[in-house]
Design a protein around this ligand. Sequence first.
Ligand SMILES: C[S@@+](CC[C@H](N)C(=O)[O-])C[C@H]1O[C@@H](n2cnc3c(N)ncnc32)[C@H](O)[C@@H]1O
Length: 356
Amino acid sequence: MHLKIAGDNLLERAALRLNLVPLPIAHTHLLLILARAVIEGARAGVFEALAAAPLTAADVAARCALDKAATGRLLGALTATGYLDMRGTGDGARFSLTAMSRKWMLPESPRSLHDQILFTVYEDEWIGRMGDFLRTGREVSGGGHGGAARDAEFWRLYQRAMRAIAAGAAGEVGQRTFVPRGARAMLDIGGSHGLYSVAICRRHPALSATILDLPEAIAHAAPLLAAEGLGDRVTHLPGDVLATDLGTDRYDLVFLSNVVHHFDAATNRALFARIARALRPGGAVIVQELIRPETYERTGQMGALLDLFFALTSEAGTWSLSEIASWGHAAGLSPRKPMFLRTIPGSAQQGAVKRA
Ligand SMILES: C[S@@+](CC[C@H](N)C(=O)[O-])C[C@H]1O[C@@H](n2cnc3c(N)ncnc32)[C@H](O)[C@@H]1O
């Protein structure tokens, strides 16, 4: 899958084929405008205003406390990009949500990306500093995305954004994650909202999970986990994994989704040694991450763009499958065959097992 500029008619398609279209303008000027239109529409509540019935631009402006003429322009741009439908002309034109907006943009939709889209305002700060990253090679988000220095709104949106993305993959993760036979205790490191633990525990009724995450994260992830209704079977444990005792022979499954990109290689190797000790014989550690591609041709455009984004915003950026497998190997574990997720392009699970 990739983002593509497509011609609307034969002439435009021919112009694209003949390299007559200035594609870099589309990739920069137009994509920035589109991104901001969607973000600001979501921030202003434009999609929610249109949830119940079609409205004119003046109605939307009044409900969202926006300027009428400016709102007309925003609605026009969103209509031309497939977010809205428009019936009628001039001031009487009425706008309504398309099926795409109803599914992804409304906060109450089960597949809502609303919180992830609001979180892109923070991501935009980081993306704007790509030049600094290129010069220094250092991530720009301030270490652990700014950690405790970030305000409560950042942590609230961060946890909700992660949940919005996980909602699309949790079904697959619950179904396909390797769980050792007879497993009872799972540790989900950096598990945040808990959606992956919940999906895995629902699939394996004898399993209970502890989600270890930073206190700032748990403050906002707790209500998200409570809403899943698994009660005592999936609980939060506040703490820094680098400073928390993981114990000995305590867990059958240790799961880390989108966490190891926060740590450098030496930290991950040391963490894996502690995880290996914490696993019971026959237990498994599963790392789920966006994978650093061996060749950029095979990963596709989305994987390559996300690879750049992770490097820009996290301590270590993405890791390759062989690097992740090497930490398990060094800790005396037996690496498993990797499994690519169908629901998150470029993401895979790399597991390792402690011999029984
Ligand atoms: C990118 S999010 C991933 C959340 C979730 N596992 C998922 O895949 O949707 C990374 C999570 O790791 C947590 N985290 C980062 N550093 C940590 C540390 N040192 N100890 C515990 N949790 C940490 C963050 O608070 C955040 O919730």
